[in-house]
Design a protein around this ligand. Structure first.
Ligand code: AMP
Length: 287
């Protein structure tokens, strides 16, 4: 397995694969790899000849410096996980290599970035699409895999790839969960034992929403059902729960009688200073 640390090295490696007639599948990550990330790498391996995983904690997408500073960075363990997973190359650039003095260009996402995570974390998606555009430029993949765990991010990247004619196939991968239902996340490492145990209220709240939706409840009732599960847990602090159109990401309210879906529900919940997000499809009829 190759480990590459600058855009030039990455592009040169990538060029050699293409010259040999091989396709490249790409999984961008911020490291602290878990089986969710590795499932994306396995998906990439099924769709391409050579898998590249990038590991880069991108300062541009953090709107709180404490969150950036405390983000886990177990780089040696991550490289080993990639080796065992059969990854061909790890791209782990330094911040200095990504953002040298004089760096000034940003990619600005559109309407899809105005809601949910974008509304709560100003500038977050501009940082995400800028770094992903740079990673795409260095890796030059044929296909890139993104998790539905970050459903809004997946939609925004797909839109960027289409809008900027990048010619990269953007694939969404289903959410990988722990046995108790909590979506895997690098930030779960920062939960203490009690918080980790109580964090199951997050997927349980989505289960409550699904149950309400299946009995034909209105959007406001579905959201209330989800919220009440989180609000019953004293260690949890509810941030938002929204039902949205999976294509446009626009919120669905009780007035949207003719929404035809597919619809999803997304939530963000804090445990101490750790922010968890989750989402799922809602099969609503008559919403
Ligand atoms: P991150 O390292 O958190 O930036 O995530 C890197 C990629 O892995 C993103 O496309 C995420 O959506 C995806 N990902 C993270 N956690 C999961 C999960 N539990 N299931 C599926 N994909 C995930």
């Amino acid at each position: 397995m190759h480990t590459l640390t600058t855009p030039d090295e990455m592009r040169a490696w990538s060029g050699r694969q293409r010259d040999a007639g091989l396709t490249i599948g790409f999984v961008p990550t911020m490291g602290a790899l878990h089986t969710g990330h590795l499932a994306l790498a396995a998906d990439a391996a099924r769709r391409s000849d050579r898998v590249v995983v990038s590991i880069f904690v991108n300062p541009l997408q953090f709107n709180e410096s404490a969150d950036f500073d405390s983000y886990p960075r177990p780089i040696d363990a991550d490289v080993e996980s990639c080796r065992q997973a059969g990854v061909a190359a790890v791209y782990a650039p330094t911040a200095a290599a990504m953002y040298p003095p004089g760096f000034q260009t940003r990619v600005v996402p559109g309407l899809l970035a105005d809601v949910m995570e974008g509304a709560m974390r100003p500038g977050h998606f501009e940082g995400v699409v800028t770094v992903v555009a740079k990673l795409f430029g260095a890796v030059r993949p044929d296909v890139a895999i993104f998790g539905q765990k970050d459903f809004q991010q997946l939609a925004i990247i797909r839109q960027m790839a289409a809008d900027l004619d990048l010619g990269i196939d953007i694939v969404g991968h289903p959410i990988v969960r722990d046995a108790d239902g909590l979506a895997q996340s690098s930030r779960n490492l920062r939960l203490n034992e009690t918080q980790r145990a109580r964090a199951i209220v997050v997927p349980h709240s989505l289960d409550a929403a699904t149950t309400a939706a299946n009995r034909g409840a209105a959007p406001s009732e579905i959201v209330a059902a989800a919220r009440s599960v989180v609000e019953a847990e004293p260690l949890a602090r509810h941030e938002y729960t929204t039902i949205f159109d999976a294509q446009t990401l626009q919120e669905i309210t009780d007035d949207d009688e003719h929404a035809v879906g597919p619809l999803r529900i997304a939530t963000a919940v804090w445990f101490g200073d750790v922010r968890l997000i989750d989402n799922c499809e809602l099969r609503t009829h008559g919403v």
